[in-house]
Design a protein around this ligand. Structure first.
Ligand SMILES: [Zn+2]
Length: 69
C-alpha cells in the first residue's frame, strides 16, 4: 500500500541538536522517595521497615542479622 503523505503532518525542517536537547531536558528519571531511618540513619524508603536495623516506627518489626560486617 502506498502512503499518501498529504494525510500526515510532515516536518518542514530537521529538528536541530539544540532543539532536541532542550525538549529532552524534561525527560529524565526521577529519584524515588528516600528518607532516613531515625534509629540508625540509613537511607530507607518511606512506609517500609529499615533493612539495616529492622525498625519501623520505633518498633522492631523484623529480625536483621547484625553479624554481616
Ligand atoms: Zn535503621
Amino acid at each position: 500500500m502506498k502512503l499518501n503523505l498529504q494525510l500526515f503532518g510532515v516536518p518542514f525542517r530537521r529538528t536541530s541538536k539544540t532543539k532536541k536537547r532542550m525538549r529532552r531536558t524534561h525527560l529524565k528519571k526521577e529519584v524515588g522517595a528516600i528518607s532516613t531511618c531515625p534509629k540508625c540513619g540509613a537511607a530507607i524508603r518511606p512506609h517500609r521497615a529499615c533493612m539495616k536495623c529492622g525498625f519501623y516506627k520505633n518498633e522492631e518489626v523484623i529480625k536483621v542479622n547484625q553479624e554481616e560486617k
